[in-house]
Design a protein around this ligand. Sequence first.
Ligand SMILES: [Zn+2]
Length: 128
Amino acid sequence: MHELSLAQSLLDQLLDLAREHRAERITRVAVTIGPFSGIVRDSFEFGFNILKDSQPPTSSAVLEVETPDPVYICLDCNKISVIPFAQPGQSAELVLGGPYPKKCPWCCLNRLSPKGGTELILNQVEME
Ligand SMILES: [Zn+2]
């Protein structure tokens, strides 16, 4: 499972940080999961919360995950748009949702390309 190994490598990174700073424990971790990263947020949180218990420094770490809306660049007019994915039950047409939205809100052409958002970023770590 992809998310489980990502959660494990985040925890390894946290343990290194705790060691480096001579901290006893990590209290809070804030990460950003890019909308095009292919990471399933729930699975990642689930994996993190199971795996964190195996090491005392991370066992009480609270994970905060931020998932920004996807950003696209239009290949025709070069304008940048933030277009949320369609929520379950919403019409994809209506919100221009899904990984490949139908058209650019500025020029109404349909050549939108995902911009960034493929990464998992460690934003903030609090330890004591
Ligand atoms: Zn456009």
